[in-house]
Design a protein around this ligand. Structure first.
Ligand SMILES: Nc1ncnc2c1ncn2[C@@H]1O[C@H](COP(=O)(O)OP(=O)(O)OP(=O)(O)O)[C@@H](O)[C@H]1O
Length: 254
């Protein structure tokens, strides 16, 4: 994999009134990788993602996406990225084909809806409405909409939350296939197992700060080499162990 940065974040800060949600974070995302922002609820992952997506203003710091500054060139960035819409953005009475046509029209791009749906294994649902889909199918459709403008980078915010294990694995395969076509993927998750199997590199985010960036294997090997052992081991350590070692806190699901 090339190590060319496609996203550069320097000393990013986001304050909501007196509350600092993102606290001086710096990181790079390399072209062609799946990069995970990993951390508990409220850590600042979504806020960071929305700033990279040019959907939210930062308080200070610098952010470059595919060479463009979020301050000066947000329009150029928007053309090069794929962003998931909240479910509320999907008109209830349109079917999937019509929704893809609507979004491609908004982008000013002609795409074949069936070809887009085939990328996410939903051609058999082409005439179904969004609300008729299962949770996993809804997520796959939402990912299809991020691919309409043939983006250089796709941003996915907790794409597997609420899905059953099989649907999650299915979505992991889809996300890997997007990466394998050369598209960079930035994902947020609070699932350690997901980050471990899916992400090429992860940044641990906790209370608005990045407390470690590396590949899952590197983190785990480093922890194991330090003498760490899990009580009942299947494998000597996992990413959850790394996080707890780093933060000193129990993992919490809110
Ligand atoms: N518009 C807002 N106004 C005030 N505070 C906000 C706003 N948006 C987020 N916050 C706060 O900023 C902090 C970070 O929120 P953010 O949504 O970025 O976290 P997160 O890591 O994505 O968590 P989650 O997994 O729950 O989405 C939280 O404490 C949240 O309450």
């Amino acid at each position: 994999m090339s190590k060319k940065p496609i996203i550069t974040v320097k000393n990013l800060v986001k304050k909501y009134d007196n509350f600092t949600a993102v606290d001086q974070i710096s990181f790079e995302v390399f072209e062609g990788e799946i990069f995970g922002l990993l951390g508990p609820n409220g850590a600042g992952k979504t806020t960071t993602l929305e700033i990279l997506e040019t959907l939210r203003n930062k308080t200070s710091g610098e952010v470059f996406v595919d060479g463009f500054s979020v301050d000066k060139d947000s329009g150029s960035i928007k053309k090069r990225i794929g962003v998931q819409l909240q479910a509320a953005g999907y008109y209830p009475n349109l079917n999937l084909t019509e929704l893809i046509e609507l979004f491609s029209g908004l982008y000013g791009i002609a795409v074949d809806p069936i070809e887009m749906l085939s990328k996410v294994a939903l051609t058999d649902k082409a005439k179904a409405r969004y609300k008729e889909l299962s949770g996993g199918q809804k997520q796959r459709f939402s990912i299809a909409t991020t691919l309409i403008n043939n983006p250089r980078i796709v941003f996915l915010d907790e794409p597997t939350t609420g899905l059953d294990p099989q649907a999650r694995r299915n979505l992991w395969d889809l996300i890997r296939s997007i990466r394998d076509t050369g598209t960079t993927v930035v994902i947020t998750t609070h699932y350690m197992d997901e980050a471990e199997v899916l992400c090429d590199r992860v940044a641990f985010v906790d209370t608005g700060k990045i407390i470690g960036i590396n590949s899952p294997d590197h983190f785990i090997d480093e922890l194991v080499a330090s003498g760490f052992e899990r009580e009942k081991q299947v494998k000597s350590a996992n990413l959850e162990d790394v996080f707890i070692q780093l933060t000193g806190k129990d993992w919490r699901e809110v």
